[in-house]
Design a protein around this ligand. Structure first.
Ligand SMILES: [Zn+2]
Length: 168
């Protein structure tokens, strides 16, 4: 399989993640780097879709989509942590096949002890609307939830995501 992995935000100065108890950019990166390494260990091809810098948010998003589309990846996975009031994990998707993958990922993460908020409709998300292949956006936990941040372990979340996206 050829995976497009997008470590959410991390594209200064225009596209920086949410800041709660912890910084989204840091957590996205800790998890994303591990997901990439684990997929490669499993002999999958990985295309890294996150641009290193951009002066416009729309450009940052466009470049992620464009990379995945140009490289014609089989599955696009954008890794995020949530902001705002709440606890737990949720995964966004649009198509039926993407939703099946999303369900596996959200169930795997929930098994680590996170509240399972389920699969959510991602029709409003630029990244999911514009990628041509099955695509999911993972919100692994809430950055301002004390419980979620105490439970945070990059290795466990990376394993959960990899299990979810490599099992069919
Ligand atoms: Zn985010």
């Amino acid at each position: 399989m050829k995976y497009g992995i997008d470590i959410g935000h991390n594209c200064p100065p225009s596209d920086i993640g949410y800041v709660g108890i912890r910084k989204e950019d840091e957590l996205n990166k800790e998890v994303g780097v591990k997901v990439i390494a684990k997929l490669k260990e499993l002999k999958h091809e990985v295309v890294y879709c996150t641009p290193s810098a951009d002066s416009s948010l729309s450009n940052s998003l466009y470049r992620r989509v464009n990379k995945a589309n140009e490289e014609n990846v089989d599955l696009y996975v954008s890794i995020h942590f949530n902001g705002g009031r709440g606890d737990g994990t949720e995964v966004f998707a649009i198509s039926e096949s993407s939703k099946k993958t999303a369900k596996r990922v959200v169930d795997e993460i929930a098994q680590l002890g996170y509240v399972n908020r389920g699969v959510k409709d991602g029709s409003f998300l630029y990244l999911l609307k514009n990628t041509k292949m099955p695509a999911i956006l993972v919100e692994a936990g809430f950055l301002d939830s004390k419980d979620d941040m105490e439970r945070f372990n990059a290795e466990n979340i990376a394993n959960a995501i990899v299990n979810g996206i490599t099992t069919f």
